[in-house]
Ligand binder design. Structure first.
Ligand code: 5GP
Ligand code: ZN
Length: 119
């Protein structure tokens, strides 16, 4: 599995505030900010402050951090008014579209999701 150290990790820099982001929510364990290249009218990334390369590695390292990412994603969905109509997506591995190897969940909403290709 490809890995990046926190010192060269884009999302670690966003967590630290070294790179600006449009932050919409945060907790003591996670932050949520808008995707720079949105794939839907609402597209928020929720990332743990802790660096782990994948959601699976995060689950193994800290169930509390894993739970918090999804808790914060659900809170953002509520605040954006899409609690009943959104997708949460996790890409794992470059062949599945993961480009940033710091665990994150995509919260997508505001479009009609009718594609049934993957699930
Ligand atoms: P992945 O492809 O790894 O699942 O998701 C990475 C996401 O990060 C992509 O949707 C991409 O648009 C987003 N992204 C990449 N660089 C930046 C950045 O500098 N700022 C923000 N807000 N999003 C970024
Ligand atoms: Zn990181």
């Amino acid at each position: 599995m490809t890995s990046q150290t926190p010192s060269d990790c884009l999302f670690c820099k966003i967590v630290a505030g070294e790179i600006p982001s449009d932050r919409v929510a945060e907790s003591d364990r996670s932050i949520a900010f808008r995707d720079i290249n949105p794939a839907a009218p609402i597209h928020v990334l929720v990332v743990p402050r802790r660096h782990e390369p994948t959601v699976g590695a995060l689950a193994a390292a800290s169930g509390d951090d894993l739970a918090d990412v999804f808790r914060l994603a659900a809170r953002v969905a509520e605040e954006e008014g899409v609690a009943d109509a959104h997708r949460m997506i996790v890409n794992t591995g470059s062949d599945a579209g993961q480009t940033i190897f710091h665990a994150h969940v995509h919260l997508l909403a505001g479009a009609t999701f009718t594609e049934r290709g993957m699930v």
